[in-house]
Design a protein around this ligand. Sequence first.
Ligand code: TXA
Ligand code: MG
Length: 343
Amino acid sequence: MTKIIKMNSFDFEENELKEASKILKNNGTVVFPTETVYGLGANGLNEIAIKKIYNAKGRPSDNPLILHINKLEKMSEICYIDYSLLKKIKILTPGPITFVLNKKDIVPDAATGGRKTVAIRIPVHPIANKLLKMTDLPIAAPSANLSGKPSPTRPEHVIEDMNNRVDMIITAEELKYGIESTVLDLSNDVPTILRPGPIPPEKLEEIFGSIKIPDFVFGKVKADIALAPGMKYKHYSPDIPVILIEEKNNIEDEKKIILDEYKKRSNSIVLGYEELEEFYKKNNLNYEIISKRFEYYKISVKLFYLLRKYDKISENIIISGIKDKGIGIGIMNRIRKASTIIR
Ligand code: TXA
Ligand code: MG
């Protein structure tokens, strides 16, 4: 039986997290909100607790986990890091970014899939951060979806995937970003982006100088040849086909392709932008407006929610792309990886 509690991120008492913290200390599992997506947490230093995560998700156990801590000072307990790097990391934490560093022996192989490195994140979400403080443990927490599904960003989705698979689920109001954290590998000489996310490359370059952005970051390389460990597996995808229409310089070209794809199929939903609403209406398309096309943060908040919503009620999702800029890189990475057809 899973205990489900609802909390208010901006108005809660420490008391409300006592039971959750106790469960984690006793090597149980707790799903909790973060500023990116919901996380499925367990004691990251205990192999039995970590196994429970893989079981609950149905995830292959060589896929490494992120260890979550509440403050920078705890980083050197689990990884090797020098002062100059710590100063740079400090600028971005707490927040929606994960750093890969050389691990210390205290971190079990079960958490890293046998790697010499460990991924570490300090979430800023008040519930996540307070819970981490109370447990005083590095908490391993992948996104709280069943393996293969898009990460959950809403209470109904987290409950759908994790009810009766974990000891406790904590839900809260809308999460700030809605896509997973940026993953930056700092274990080599050149900082390398392994997963694009809310903290964009431009910001990382400002702080770390020159960084490497491998091609797969854009989501264009198919999963089996990608380099980052988690990217071996198909991620984020609804069960129904997702057809991505990339943003075109000429909007008329884009409209033609949308119509072409729409007419080929039945029971499709078009996920698009206010700027195109007249066109959707005129052509009698079944559509939902995500936001304006340049409102990237609004798009990221709704993306996984909409993919999951229409997975249940439509037969196809036709979605328009945005530019590979800022958080748009992270958004497009997720959409491309979820897509069956890209035009
Ligand atoms: O926003 C997030 O990061 C969420 C919340 C819950 O914090 N967590 C999350 O975890 O997305 P997960 O397990 O779904 O994704 C972790 C990513 C994977 O792509 C994995 O391959 C990568 O981090 N990763 C973890 N450890 C790594 C390591 N040692 N080396 C390289 N990549 C690593
Ligand atoms: Mg995940």
